[in-house]
Ligand binder design. Structure first.
Ligand SMILES: Nc1ncnc2c1ncn2[C@@H]1O[C@H](COP(=O)(O)OP(=O)(O)O)[C@@H](O)[C@H]1O
Ligand SMILES: [Mg+2]
Length: 271
């Protein structure tokens, strides 16, 4: 009888996760007509490898906060510190994925993912990493297709794989599944948990979906305004049970859900 060979296991990459500290981060935007403080003094310590979901009303400064981590934006005062060194300009230790996949239309899926590789990686290691990411994100069969030939969910997987190709210390996700249909969204949430097992990194994820935050995160931060303080700050810092998958019917889950919806100004009895 022929021996059946087990498929090659995906090598578990060593963790690249880095800790992030927000040290009294504030951000004021000035236009000709007005000066607006968007972020008040945000203080937060995120240990390496933690998955943090960030919730908050539209326009409260969530994207601005992520941009400050990546160095795409700079705080007006205070600092974001990654592994002991302050972010100052676009930071190579971070990778970003957005609500829109932002792929290059003339490049294949494989080539788009390769755009995320760090310049320092060897050709051979880069090739191996991309094959590993294609397998992990279930895109091997689509590696040679171009963005217009793939679905929205697949494009979003390419975007995630491209971000991971950097082997980032901090993965920044700004409403990454916000534009997907409900079913694809659930599949992407499972995939993100798989990814975090294979590529353990620190994840800061903005979402407007309370259930998504409760399903994926180790910790949930709510940004909002407090009386007497200019700009948004951390109004809730919720540590979640480490066990996964989360039981959506447990009293804890339901209580946390009600609490978060109320904080976001939504009537929980309607949802
Ligand atoms: N470059 C900028 N110049 C002026 N205002 C900005 C700039 N970036 C963001 N803002 C303002 O800051 C506020 C927060 O924006 P944002 O961080 O995108 O919110 P969120 O992601 O929570 O919806 C918004 O009112 C937005 O208009
Ligand atoms: Mg935003």
């Amino acid at each position: 009888m022929a021996t059946v060979l087990a498929p090659p296991a995906i090598p578990v990459a060593t963790s690249t996760a880095l800790p992030v500290t927000f040290d009294r981060v504030s951000r004021t935007f000035s236009t000709r007509r007005e000066t607006r403080t968007v972020l008040g003094q945000v203080d937060l310590q995120v240990p390496a490898g933690q998955v943090v979901a960030i919730l908050g009303a539209s326009g409260c400064g969530k994207s601005t906060l992520l941009r400050a981590v990546s160095g795409l934006d700079h705080p007006s005062s205070g600092a974001v510190v990654i592994a002991g060194s302050a972010v100052n300009g676009v930071d190579e230790r971070c990778a970003f994925a957005f609500q829109e996949p932002r792929l290059l239309p003339w490049r294949t899926v494989r080539e788009n993912i390769a755009l995320g590789l760090a310049p320092s990686i060897s050709k051979q290691a880069g090739r191996e990493l991309i094959e590993e990411l294609l397998t992990l994100t279930e895109l091997s069969h689509a590696a040679d297709l171009r963005p217009r030939e793939i679905s929205g969910g697949m494009a979003q997987r390419v975007s995630l794989a491209r971000a991971l190709a950097r082997r980032p210390g901090v993965l920044l996700l700004d409403e990454p599944f916000g534009a997907l249909d409900a079913l694809t969204r659930l599949k992407m949430q499972d995939l993100l948990l798989d990814i975090h097992r294979s590529f353990p990194t620190t994840v800061l994820m903005v979402t407007h979906d309370v259930d998504e935050a409760l399903t994926l995160a180790d910790r949930i931060i709510v940004l909002g305004r407090s009386e007497g303080i200019q700009g948004a700050g951390v109004v809730e810092d919720l540590a979640l049970d480490a066990a996964r998958p989360r039981d959506h019917a447990s009293p804890d889950f339901i209580n946390q859900r009600v609490r978060l919806l109320r904080l976001l100004g939504v009537d929980p009895t309607n949802h």
